[in-house]
Design a protein around this ligand. Structure first.
Ligand code: 2P0
Length: 353
């Protein structure tokens, strides 16, 4: 008779928002980007994924559920993450439960994985980032893999590029890497969550509908057709990365805001330069940009930075709580609830972690 034990691990991982964007791959299978990127990891109490993974000798196949619905594991990305963690699995012994798994057993044992997002999936709020980071972290704990978060980030990257940045808190840089096998394409922490903890991030949910062009498809088309992307990846981003790291380390909000807004705008320009063009922002997104630009210009120094991912939702970063309160007042004035252009909700959170 088969043994009846179940070993379970639950992990929670926040999403991250890029301030210097990743857009475009040089290797689609290994998920290697055309440029470095930098992100900020959000507070897990706001936008996060919770994943429980379980192993039991009674499971006859690997299975996964996302927000309660079973999904197919046939895609190469899940298989890559599972394969890489299984290859690093170690012995596990839990005397209380009578569990003893030796390294070679992991090849025969199957896992069940259940993941929940507390925010809209695939609406441009980086759900795959939190999702794959959490899955890889939880599987590593389940299988007693000894790799550190940097090494795990190179595995999470193979699930979804942006996921590699969610293994750390604070500000995080994804080094694009140089070597062909992708082993140096991984995340490193720039500063921890305490370093700049007066920043406040507000997400204005313009639409929680699923986006029309997935990031994966969008960036493939951009790589194939946009000349502007080549200029961005080779000439613009390398210089911006250096300046952004400096701004973050010095807590220089003016430079930080200028770089963040410029990079978001260039990312969307690259999307427009794609054939056929990709429109992620809508009229409400554009009105939010105008509102912030006017405010920043009137004050003579940036009060708030904006950045938009592959969707119309605005991520607004205020220097402190006072500015965040003023920002909310402005948003409520210009986008009153229940009007034609209302924002569905405001997710308010301290940056950290
Ligand atoms: C980023 N985005 O740096 C950029 C900015 C969206 C806009 O990373 O194909 O879901 O799974 O590697 O990670 C979204 O891309 O794409 C993304 P894949 P991913 O956050």
């Amino acid at each position: 008779m088969a043994e009846k034990w179940v070993r379970m691990v639950t992990a929670q991982t926040p999403t991250n928002i890029a301030v210097i964007k990743y857009w475009g791959k040089r290797d689609e299978t290994l998920i290697l980007p055309v440029n470095d990127s930098i992100s900020v990891t959000l507070d897990p109490s706001h936008l996060c994924t919770t994943t429980t993974v379980a192993v039991s000798p009674t499971f006859d196949q690997d299975r996964m559920w996302l927000n309660g619905k079973e999904i197919s594991l046939s895609g190469g990305r899940f298989q890559s993450c599972l394969r890489e963690i299984r290859a690093r699995a170690c012995d596990v012994e839990d005397k209380e439960k009578g569990i003893k798994i030796v390294k070679k057993d992991w090849d025969k044992l199957h896992v069940h994985m259940a993941s929940y997002n507390n925010f809209p999936t695939a609406a441009g709020l980086a759900s795959s980032a939190a999702g794959f980071a959490c899955l890889v972290f939880a599987l590593a704990k389940l299988m007693n893999a000894k790799e550190d978060n940097g090494e795990l980030s190179a595995i999470a990257r193979q699930g979804s590029g942006s996921a590699c940045r969610s293994l750390f808190g604070g500000f995080v840089k994804w080094n694009m890497g140089k070597v062909e096998d992708g082993s140096d394409s991984r995340a490193v922490q720039v500063v921890d969550d305490k370093h700049w903890d007066d920043l406040v991030i507000i997400i204005a949910v313009v639409s929680s509908r699923q986006k029309e062009t997935s990031s994966t498809t969008g960036m493939r088309e951009t790589v194939e057709t946009s000349l502007l992307l080549q200029h961005r990846a080779k000439e613009v981003v390398p210089k911006r990365i250096i300046k952004m790291e400096e701004a973050i380390k010095n807590r220089d909000f003016a430079s930080f805001a200028q770089l963040t807004c410029a990079d978001s705008n260039q990312f969307h320009a690259v999307c427009l330069d794609t054939s056929p063009p990709i429109f992620y922002m809508n009229d409400t997104s554009h009105r939010i940009i105008s509102c912030i630009e006017k405010w920043n210009c009137c004050e003579g120094t940036p009060q708030v930075a904006y950045t938009f991912d592959a969707g119309p939702n605005a991520v607004l970063i205020a220097q402190n709580r006072k500015t965040a309160a003023q920002l909310l007042q402005k948003l409520l004035f210009f986008f009153p609830p229940n009007s034609d252009t209302d924002l569905n909700s405001y997710v308010i959170g301290d940056k950290s972690i």
